[in-house]
Design a protein. Sequence first.
Length: 112
Amino acid sequence: ILKIPPRILYPLIFLTSFVSAYAARGNLFDVWIMMIAGVTGWLMRKHGFNPAAFIISFVLARGAEEAFRQSLRLSDDGLMIFVQRPVAAAFIVVGIIVILMRARSMSRETGP
């Protein structure tokens, strides 16, 4: 495989990917999802995103969303439940500070 020229290898990889995505359930929607995921991955790599962080956040998002909805149901849709306890409020404040510091350092790197 290492000796196959890229002009031959890349089309074979694309063809195998398309056939595999379609063959899994016989649905063209799966092929579209595969293409969207591929373009998203390419754009992330091009713009320097960390793929590990994306995958971890993608996996953890469902549980976090369910816990968020549970909290809202317990509080009758009131957002104050998230800042009633000092520890929760501290986590929110620390999170906001980290985001602001990151944005500030990124703006300094790119310049005015």
